[in-house]
Design a protein around this ligand. Structure first.
Ligand SMILES: Cc1ncc(COP(=O)(O)O)c(C=O)c1O
Length: 378
């Protein structure tokens, strides 16, 4: 695995890399990794691409079996093939699933497209604030169950959970997930659990899928994808796992006529990643953990910054409010580091740093950030 290789992505129509015309700015924003995907996945895509006919595809039972095997092995969940519904990607997936809600809840800070669902569907929303808690050297978000209950009492009929949480990197506890499901049963709201980060778990942690706590009587769905785990966002494909038959049928009806035909290369890539990508993924997780230690050592030592502990994802969520800067992203950009802006997640004064890149590049970015903090007067 060549994690230290610096791959030139400028000129490859990369969203992440085309943002800064000024080439001295290192892009550390959108959740997209700067690593080469596993060789067997590249080979599988190339093999399928070499077949010169690209007609409509099907998702075979064999492919579905590979997905279920992955979830059984990696997440310890047992999924029936018949519960899988193909969706174009995770974001469209939760937008389709949320049709029919009249008031959607979500936690904030929030991955922006989750907060966007209400506007897309022209429905009401309720943003429930997360408050970080520090214990035994770990800073995570506890689930605000009392506020969830209040929202349910005030008409919330659907809730989108980001599990694990982006941008905080928190893995919800078993008790929290059980309580969430109990509340959904008591008040009758539906749950959509976006588990796209569920494979990117820091060593020593374990993903907790909502699938462990729901059954066919629950109105709850889980979204899975290899898009984040294997950096396949440019070949979009995801699955909704919907144990409830009524809800599954409703989703299929909504997709019909709106979702495009399956992308045969995307399906090929997902299947190859799940079949052959395990050693690559585990090595990646170790590398990401070491990158996090680098961040913790450099930025964690600066009293002006407060960092969440990422139990999952490759995203560092950094509270910069003590710096007193009106726009931290602008300042760091002027020092050559391009970060995601906390305000876009509902948290002004925060930044999100994507550390899925070779360590040498991360070290340059961290030095620049340290320089900005010691030099910039505002
Ligand atoms: C929580 C979360 N959900 C969904 C996505 C995007 O998924 P997709 O590209 O499959 O729509 C991202 C991408 O960063 C994400 O962080």
């Amino acid at each position: 695995m060549h994690w230290d290789s610096l791959i030139e992505r400028r000129g490859s129509d990369s969203l992440k890399w085309q943002r800064y015309q000024d080439e001295s700015v290192l892009p550390m924003w959108v959740a997209d990794m700067d690593f080469a995907i596993p060789d067997p996945v590249v080979d599988a895509i190339a093999k399928r691409a070499a077949h010169p006919v690209y007609g409509y595809g099907v998702i075979s039972n064999e492919t579905k079996g590979v997905i279920c095997d992955w979830l059984a092995r990696r997440w310890q969940v047992s999924v029936a093939q018949s519960h899988l519904v193909s969706v174009p990607a995770v974001v469209p997936g939760f937008n389709y699933l949320a049709q029919g809600f009249s008031k959607v809840g979500y936690f904030t800070p929030s991955y922006p497209p989750i907060a966007q669902v209400a506007a897309n569907l022209k429905i009401e929303s309720v943003a429930i604030a997360l408050e970080a808690h520090e214990e035994a050297g770990k800073r995570v978000f506890p689930m605000p169950l009392a506020q969830l209950e209040t929202a349910a009492q005030q008409g919330m009929d659907g809730f989108i959970l980001c599990n694990p949480h982006n941008p905080g990197g928190t893995i919800w506890t078993e008790e929290e997930l059980k309580q969430l499901v109990a509340l959904s049963r008591r008040y009758g709201f539906e749950i959509i659990s976006d588990e796209i980060h569920g494979d990117l778990i820091m060593p020593g942690n374990q993903h907790r899928s909502l699938l462990n706590y729901i059954g066919p009587d629950d109105k709850a769905a889980v979204l899975v994808s290899s898009g984040k785990s294997f950096n396949l966002a440019g070949l979009p494909q995801a699955f909704a796992i919907v144990p409830n038959s009524e809800q599954r049928l409703a989703l299929k009806q909504r997709l019909s006529g709106f979702a495009p035909a399956h992308n045969v290369l995307a399906i090929t890539a997902m299947e190859a990643a799940y079949r052959h990508g395990e050693p690559w993924l585990d090595s990646l997780r170790e590398y990401l953990w070491n990158n996090w230690l680098e961040i913790d050592g450099k930025l964690g030592a600066m009293p002006q910054l407060t960092l969440m502990t990422p139990q999952a994802t490759y995203l560092a969520w950094i509270d910069c409010r003590a710096l007193g800067w009106a726009d931290p992203v602008k300042v760091f950009e002027s020092y050559g580091v391009g970060l995601s802006c906390g305000a876009d997640f509902g948290s002004r004064g925060f930044v999100r740093l994507n550390f899925a890149c070779p360590k040498s590049r991360l070290q340059i970015a961290l030095s620049r950030m340290q320089k900005a903090i010691t030099e910039y007067q505002g």
